[in-house]
Design a binder for this molecule. Structure first.
Ligand code: NDP
Length: 460
């Protein structure tokens, strides 16, 4: 008999926690998982999945317009936000139910409520106390907002959490931030008919992405009618008597008047009040759990995966990390997590897919880099008449001919880059890309037919 109630106690039933719990139980461990909101976590309940459903919904406005060029006449199309939110909620409920069922079928005990560490081997939920040989912290992240001292009236702003549950579609929206969530929701609100303004503090949206991709998305969003303010800082928000919100931008004479202000200014680890520091778990300056490549914290039997670790905040990465922890602890195979060449997508409109290094990072790393880039009007828009271009780019280490980065902005970019990511991860060369026969007519075939080369050298 073990001296502990559980071999593994998982705190947080999101993507990473659920995967770890199910796999650990599959290896024969006794496992409990605690959740204080809904099974499924950010991705299922108020992140990736509902975001993509809303993104699909918003795309129909352009699809209806494009259909005219193909002989369709779709007059009288109307959109209902409450109907969309209700349908989305039904699907989220179904998915959350599936997650619970899978956990139960694996033999995992589900405990509802906020779990905190009362000591390094004890997890408490209210008055209930459970001893655990190992603990996995998988509590995810939470939207971060500036303090009211910095932005008076910030209490009137919403985040993506609330955006998924608004009773009505706002007519005018101001989005603060220039990252994933900002550009994704700009596309959603705009596609559904709202006037959208993005206020971003930097010199170009999507910092960290390839420069050409950032520029391309900026141009495409602007062409669609999304207003992007760069070098822009919000200094205060006021609720007016007509219930609209007045957003004051630093240096501007007049406020911007909108119906909703959404902050998408990053997310921080959900680690406060869990008793982590008291149990000896080291946290970074902003509360992320510091872990090694095996996801082990500074306390040997306490692990952490997913957004709470401030590594790469992506669902598939959290799932990988959760699997790795289960395998390390109970599968007899210690598995470090490989965070290199992780592909990602931004479900903006047009969407972005990316894997490997941006041009500037590759030049800094390799010194000499060959760039293959193309922009073109996709076949679909010859008849639709839409003035939207696709951009594709390969970044190649000139010395070895290895493709070290692939980037695309345009329809289906996330789907296409998922395939290209295998080639980049496998270290294939541009020559091997060239040897691959394309599929015609597709946009994806450009990745094996781009020949125009530009060589970029690091400045001495
Ligand atoms: P991001 O880190 O992508 O972007 C945050 C944005 O807010 C940046 O533009 C940043 O500017 C800006 N910002 C940060 N702090 C402030 C501040 N105090 N005042 C003004 N602006 C500020 O975060 P998101 O919130 O968009 O998303 C969180 C994470 O969730 C992402 O990083 C991603 O990992 C994940 N995610 C993934 C998605 C996907 O896979 N498709 C979709 C949505 C989220 P600056 O660039 O200057 O720092």
């Amino acid at each position: 008999m073990s001296q502990f109630d559980y071999d593994l106690f998982v705190i947080g039933a999101g993507s990473g926690g659920v995967r770890a719990a199910r796999m650990a139980a599959g290896y024969g461990a006794s496992v409990a998982i605690a959740e204080n909101y809904r099974i499924g976590g950010t991705c299922v309940i108020r992140g990736c999945v509902p975001k993509k459903l809303l993104s699909y919904a918003s795309h129909f406005s352009e699809d209806f317009e494009d259909a005219r060029g193909y002989g369709w006449n779709i007059d009288g199309a109307r959109f209902s936000w409450p109907a969309l939110i209700a349908a989305k909620n039904t699907e989220i409920g179904r998915l959350s139910g599936i997650y619970s069922t899978l956990l139960k079928q694996s033999g995992v005990t589900i405990l509802e409520g906020k779990a905190v560490l009362s000591d390094a081997h004890t997890v408490s939920i209210g008055e209930r106390h459970f001893s655990a040989k190992n603990i996995l912290v998988a509590t995810g992240g939470w939207p971060s907002l500036p303090a009211a001292s910095k932005v008076p009236g910030i209490e009137h702003a919403i985040t993506s959490n609330e955006a998924f549950e608004l009773p009505d579609l706002p007519r005018r929206v101001l989005i603060v931030g220039g990252g994933y969530i900002a550009v994704e929701f700009a596309g959603i609100f705009h596609g559904l008919g709202a006037e959208v303004t993005i206020s971003y503090r930097g010199e170009q949206i999507l910092r960290g992405f390839d420069g050409d991709i950032r520029q391309h998305l900026h141009e495409e969003l602007t062409r669609k009618g999304v207003k992007i303010l760069l070098g822009s800082h919000l200094s205060g928000i006021e609720r007016r008597t007509d219930l609209a919100l007045a957003a004051q931008l630093a240096g501007a004479n007049e406020p911007i008047v909108v119906d909703a202000i959404m902050y998408a200014t990053g997310r921080t680890a959900n680690s406060a009040g869990l008793g982590l520091a008291e149990a000896g778990v080291r946290l970074d300056k902003t509360g992320g759990v510091i872990v090694d490549s095996y996801c082990r914290s500074s306390v040997e039997h306490i692990y952490a995966v997913g957004d709470v670790t401030h590594r790469i905040a992506l669902t598939p990465v959290a799932i990988r990390e959760g699997s790795a922890v289960a395998s390390t602890l109970f599968g007899g195979v210690p598995v470090p997590v490989d965070h290199d060449d992780v592909p990602s997508a931004v479900f903006s409109q047009p969407p972005i897919g990316t894997v490997g290094l941006a041009e500037a990072d590759a030049v800094a790393k390799f010194g000499v880099v060959d760039i293959y880039k193309t922009t073109f009007k996709p076949l679909r828009h010859t008849l639709s008449g839409r003035n939207e271009r696709v951009m594709m780019k390969l970044v190649v280490d000139a010395k070895t001919d290895r493709v070290v980065g692939a980037h695309m902005a345009g329809a289906d970019a996330p789907e296409i880059i998922q395939g290209i990511a295998i080639a980049v991860k496998a270290g294939l060369t541009k020559r091997q890309f060239d040897q691959t026969v394309g599929i015609h007519p597709t946009a994806a075939e450009e990745f094996v037919t781009i020949r125009d080369k530009r060589t970029v050298r690091a400045k001495e």
